[in-house]
Design a protein around this ligand. Structure first.
Ligand SMILES: Cc1cc2nc3c(=O)[nH]c(=O)nc-3n(C[C@H](O)[C@H](O)[C@H](O)COP(=O)(O)OP(=O)(O)OC[C@H]3O[C@@H](n4cnc5c(N)ncnc54)[C@H](O)[C@@H]3O)c2cc1C
Length: 369
């Protein structure tokens, strides 16, 4: 069986690993030129995805790179009222640890036979069971798996549906080496997640493994073209910081101090998602996993689902090596069901975050009754 996986992200690599464990070979084609071509971003909260890592024989490796203290949580209101502080005891189980995305990707890459990943291969289109790449190379397949993330190109082979803006725009800022550069802010943030929510905005800070703090400033109920009208001059970092502080007028001074302390890399991110419950008629020879199949609001589900999808598809193919269409149909049935439920949960969480009293609602979510 010739299996072509497009995308060496979390889901695609996990799939390749599970197939390998079951004696099935796959080739992963990745558009980036090498594993280090692009910074892999921040921390991921990995919970249900641990089941997939266990199935892939990688749970010990995961435990070695997971940060239990990343489970710490501080929840505040815009006026600075602390509603919740949870500090993870040293011996607490690793239920929802944080892991550096680059470390997790490296764990998955190292678990594959050499040359499984072909770097510098951007998928362009497919015809007659042949995948064509932007560099002119081609690959024949019995099964093409689109694991190519939020802006999947493979998706168009199965559905015309595209991700749509969800009324959230995020400005991403960061403070490098915070313990040394801003010890007082480091102490305020703690070891894990620090969320200030309310008034249609939020500030979510998270400590990364390398001592950097990554902060997302979200503006809810904003249009897709909001950045053009927001008055944030991204090309002029001091002026951008000043404008962001202005946009957080009325918030406690400790929050705006975080914005004042951030470095010059200030990035706009427009948030999109696929419709809740998206499905497509099963087509023999092509399927999707992860964000390509079910991009959701960024509330901590996506990486977990991508890993679970990879394990499920790998397992289903290994159980039906002579009947790829049946394996794909069974995988999609189970994946649609799980992704639909997770997408509904993510949409509810998104609605909560958008509400004026988001911090109180979040507290009720964490401490029902
Ligand atoms: C800021 C942020 C924080 C997040 N935090 C969390 C969290 O805490 N917990 C959680 O569960 N999820 C989190 N997520 C979501 C999570 O990162 C994604 O859902 C997850 O990475 C999806 O995995 P994937 O394998 O589907 O796609 P990706 O990891 O995006 O991988 C897709 C791969 O495909 C490659 N590719 C794309 N197009 C092509 C092409 N044409 N040809 C070849 N290769 C291609 C890309 O280069 C990439 O390597 C977060 C997302 C963001 C943006």
């Amino acid at each position: 069986m010739r299996i072509v996986i497009v995308g060496a992200g979390l889901g695609g690599l996990l799939l390749a690993r599970v197939l390998h464990l079951n004696g099935l070979d796959a080739v992963v084609y990745e558009r980036e030129s090498s594993h280090a071509a692009r910074p892999q971003g921040g921390m991921l909260d990995i919970h249900s995805g641990q089941r997939a890592l266990r199935e892939a024989g990688l749970i010990d490796g995961f435990s070695a790179i997971a940060r239990g203290a990343g489970q710490d949580m501080r929840l505040l209101e815009p006026d600075g009222t602390l509603l919740l502080q949870e500090d993870t005891p040293e011996d607490a189980p690793l239920d929802r640890p944080e892991v550096d995305r680059a470390d997790l990707r490296a764990l998955l890459l190292d678990a594959l036979p050499e040359h499984t990943v072909r770097w510098g291969h951007a998928f362009d289109h497919a015809d007659g069971h042949v995948a064509h790449f932007a560099n002119g190379n081609r690959a024949s397949y019995d099964l093409l798996v689109g694991a190519d993330g939020a802006n999947s190109r493979v998706r168009a082979l199965l559905t015309e549906v595209r991700p749509a803006h969800i009324g959230q725009n995020v400005v991403e800022i960061g403070i490098p080496d915070i313990d040394r550069t801003h010890p007082e802010l480091a102490a305020m943030l703690g070891r894990g997640n620090y969320w200030a929510l309310g008034n249609g905005q939020s500030l979510a800070a998270q400590r990364n493994g390398d001592g950097r703090v990554r902060i997302g400033l979200s503006f809810y109920n904003t249009a897709e073209d909001w950045f053009a009208t927001s008055g944030i001059p991204f090309g002029d970092p001091p002026a951008a910081r000043a404008r962001l502080i202005e946009l957080f007028a009325g918030w406690d001074a400790r929050f705006t101090a975080l914005i004042a302390a951030c470095e010059d890399t200030i990035l706009p991110r427009s948030i999109t998602a696929l419709p809740v419950g998206l499905t497509w008629p099963s087509r023999p020879g092509i399927t999707l996993l992860g964000d390509a199949a079910h991009l959701m609001p960024p509330v901590g589900q996506g990486a977990n689902l991508a890993l679970l999808d990879g394990a499920l598809l790998g397992r289903t193919l290994a159980a039906n090596p002579d009947d790829v269409p049946a394996a794909v149909a069974e995988y999609e049935r189970q994946m649609f069901e799980r992704a639909g439920a997770a997408a509904r949960m993510s949409a509810d969480m998104q609605e909560l975050l958008m509400s004026p009293d988001a911090a109180r609602k979040m507290l009720e979510f964490f401490q029902p009754g």
